[in-house]
Write a protein that binds this ligand. Structure first.
Ligand code: GLA
Length: 380
């Protein structure tokens, strides 16, 4: 066939395709992923994955700390905005002290004086929050490089991260083999499935530490967001933010979010617990059986119409209103002021290893730790 003939037959083929199937050239959106270099930490290559679902919702997640670097979800007009606080580059995260977007382990939140007993042995963990242990210690799971692998799933796209924490890392017994799968579903959910096994009895309590602002990151404080928390009780704390052991009824207190209430409506009232936390920084006892996926919270922002629901298998959830933020610049140099983001960290209660009446965080050798949390986005 001469070149001319071949070209002609191609044109005829394309034209016939057009005539029979007019949608042939209309791009169909499918969930996809890509990866790029994000720099280096500990001499290891750090990657940045971009997950996009078929609606164009996009999550950027780095293998450094399993950090959700950006999360773009639509408002009521369909406009996508990034609704998580963070930085433009890895350097920002290497310097970070706020745990923006990070995976937290081995233990989310505080363990008093960094001490706990297991099988009769006392363990001494790294202390990095005054005399207490916070969020896994000096170098928690938020500061290590994970292995990443992305794949399409039947209903979206998934990044699976794995990390092996060695025996006595930050003071914890046992080698811990951790897998965290972030799935961005076509139903506009960011689903997090955590699992872990150990070769020695240990304790585990993993969580995720995104700071949300449904009006868009850096776009003011979060005090007007309406929040519902499905919790009739919370765990009051001592001045070091360690639970006293009491499970207190929220009725008649500023901790009652059973009905949707603006986050800021009671945050500055004379309340001993709010004073200690400089706002909300408390674990709520989620109603319903733990181990079963149930709604823990729902948040909405009026100007954009964005709604976020949190579903979890965990017994508790830390509600934190960014009370330690103080204007340090984040993405695009925007200052992240006091209360510019809120966290809903699904978890077992803080300091559980020292409160035998709290649900246990012990992981036995040979057993499997499993936990699921879903952040679901919509608009109205
Ligand atoms: C958690 C803690 C807070 C604070 C933040 C990180 O939410 O409960 O006290 O440490 O993490 O700044």
């Amino acid at each position: 066939m001469t070149f001319k003939l071949r070209a002609l037959s191609l044109i005829i083929f394309a034209a016939s395709g057009l005539a029979v199937q007019p949608t042939f050239f209309v791009p169909q959106r499918v969930a996809s992923f890509s990866k790029e270099d994000f720099g280096q930490s500990d001499g290891k290559k750090v990657e940045l994955y971009t997950l996009t679902n078929r609606n164009g919702v996009e999550a950027k997640i780095t293998t450094y700390g399993g950090i959700v670097v950006s999360l773009k979800v639509p408002d009521k007009q369909g406009k996508l905005s990034d609704i998580v606080l963070g930085y433009d580059n890895l350097e920002g995260y290497l310097q970070d002290t706020s745990y923006f977007g990070a995976l937290i382990g081995r233990y989310g939140n505080r363990i008093a004086k960094g001490r706990f007993k297991l099988n009769g042995t006392e363990y001494k963990l790294a202390t990095n929050n005054g005399e207490n242990h916070l969020h896994g210690g000096v170098k928690g799971f938020d500061k290590v490089v994970w292995n990443g692998r992305a794949a399409k799933t039947t209903n979206g796209v998934r990044l699976t991260l794995t990390y092996q924490s060695h025996d006595m890392e930050e003071g914890y017994p046992g080698n811990l083999f951790v897998t965290v799968a972030y799935t961005l579903t076509n139903a506009n959910e960011l689903r997090i499935d955590y699992s872990a096994t150990t070769d020695k009895d240990t304790i585990v309590n993993l969580t995720h530490h995104s700071y949300f602002n449904l009006a868009g990151e850096g776009n003011g404080d979060i005090l007007k967001h309406q929040l519902m928390i499905n919790a009739s009780r919370f765990t009051p704390v001592d001045p070091g933010l360690i639970p006293t052991g009491e499970l207190r009824n929220v009725k008649g207190t500023p901790f009652d979010f059973l009905q949707p209430t603006p986050i800021g409506s009671r945050i500055d009232t004379e309340d001993e617990q709010l004073k200690i936390g400089r706002g909300y920084d408390h674990n709520f006892v989620i109603n319903g059986p733990s181990g079963v996926l149930r709604k823990a919270a729902s948040v909405s922002e009026e100007t954009t119409g964005r709604v976020m629901e949190v579903w979890t298998t965990e017994p508790g959830m830390q509600f934190y209103t960014g009370n330690f933020l103080s204007g340090k610049p984040g993405k695009g140099g925007k200052p992240y002021q006091f209360r510019y983001g809120f966290c809903l960290e699904t978890q077992h209660y803080p300091d559980s290893p020292n409160h035998l009446l709290f649900p246990t965080t012990v992981l036995k050798k040979g057993a499997r730790y499993q936990s699921t949390t879903i952040y679901r986005f919509s608009s109205r």
